[in-house]
Design a protein around this ligand. Structure first.
Ligand code: DP6
Length: 370
């Protein structure tokens, strides 16, 4: 077990004196989503990934969360909170948050001492089929860390970010990759310095200029609830006949992509990224029960991208989440040509022509002082 884990576990001895100085306040964080280049698919308790993953932090797809807190007048054994989503009180979100609070309680024992109101909204439409758990859970984790910093102002920025990622992971695995930018590694890897199973870390080596301002245009091929939640998908890896081979493939791909991120070879980048997306879907197709998460239009988009690459020698490529929507990735210098290609050839496959133009981002931002 890492030193950091022990540090988090034992770090808090809260005096009533330090709490009594804090009566009430609010903090707001804007936290991005992320897209994995090498996928996290398979985990064990407590939210430990079976393989290392690496992601681009996004920018335009984000969650905005305000945490209002007020010191309780009397001690209560339970959490007391309300949650509002896009202005509406959402009691059906409460069990998920309650479970998250229970999981993190031992690391943030002060939380129960406050009455809490969580107000949250996403920059992308609720029904778009874009998972909001990464941006949502990381935003809440950061708000809680701001409260911790108020109680204990001496904590360092490094500790703040690592612990925010640690907490976010306990809400949703991929959320631990949404604290910082631009490239984040999560999961121990012998060849990546500082990598950890417990929190996401910034990719530690110099990234080639080809990956600066990388674009991700998300084509909303199928809006609406996902057919299978990620949580169920991870569980299906437990008895999956190809699981061990998949975890090895992902760890090998992390090593390969790490070299590519430094040498800038876009052709090799495409091979890894597309193969990862298809391997993720292959796992779902070969699990028990099995699922096909792509839609006919997902395949049409993929074929169009391959055709366009053959004709133009472009470096555009695709990746997928555990759903039908397609992330179209391309370098900054191809921005105009690929945008034209997307508008002229790909948008027709999106539901109601919906798509989101995003790009690699710098990470979460606090929007208000306490
Ligand atoms: C396909 O982080 O949503 O997007 O840990 O159960 O909350 P939980 O799962 P989640 O899984 C994300 C899976 C993925 C691939 C990835 O982002 O690496």
């Amino acid at each position: 077990m890492s030193k950091f884990f022990i540090l988090i576990e034992t770090d808090f001895i809260l005096s009533d004196f330090s709490l009594s100085k804090i009566q009430e306040g609010a903090v707001t964080w804007k936290t991005p989503s992320n897209i994995a280049l090498v996928k996290y698919w398979g985990k064990q308790e407590p939210q430990i990934p079976k393989n290392t993953s690496i992601s681009f932090t996004l920018d335009a797809c984000f969650t905005l969360t305000t945490l209002e807190f007020k010191l309780k007048t009397k001690l209560q054994p339970e959490f007391n909170f309300e949650i509002y989503f896009e202005g509406e009180k959402k009691d059906d979100f409460k069990p998920k948050i309650e479970k998250f609070f229970e999981r993190i309680e031992q690391y943030v024992p002060f939380l129960k001492r406050f009455d809490l109101v969580i107000k949250t909204r996403n920059s992308f439409p609720h029904s778009s089929g874009i998972a909001s758990s990464a941006s949502g859970m990381s935003a809440l984790a950061l708000c809680i860390m701001s409260l911790e910093k108020l109680i204990k102002p001496t904590i360092s920025q490094e500790f703040f970010n690592k612990k925010a990622s640690f907490l976010a992971r306990l809400g949703s695995g991929s959320a631990c990759r949404s604290i910082e930018g631009e490239l984040i590694v999560w999961g121990n890897h012998s060849k990546i310095e500082g990598s950890s199973n417990l929190f996401g870390v910034k990719y530690p080596y110099k990234v080639h200029k080809n990956f600066k301002n990388y674009h991700d245009t998300i084509l909303l091929v199928d809006e609406g609830e996902k057919q299978v939640s990620s949580t169920i998908g991870h569980q299906l890896m437990l008895n999956h006949p190809f699981a061990q081979q998949r975890f090895k493939q992902a760890n090998d791909n992390v090593l390969k992509i790490s070299e590519i991120l430094q040498n800038g070879n876009l052709k090799q980048f495409i091979e890894i990224v597309e193969s990862e997306a298809l391997s993720l879907h292959a796992m779902m197709m070969t699990s028990n029960p099995y699922f096909i998460l792509m839609k006919p239009n997902t395949l049409k988009v993929i074929n169009k991208i391959w055709e366009y690459r053959t004709i133009t020698k472009s470096n555009v490529c695709f990746t997928l989440d555990a759903g039908a929507n397609v992330h179209v990735l391309f370098p900054e210098e191809e921005k105009e040509s690929v945008n034209n290609f997307i508008i002229n050839e790909l948008v027709q496959f999106c539901q109601e022509n919906h798509y989101i133009c995003d790009r690699i981002g710098l990470g979460a931002k606090r929007l208000s002082n306490i």
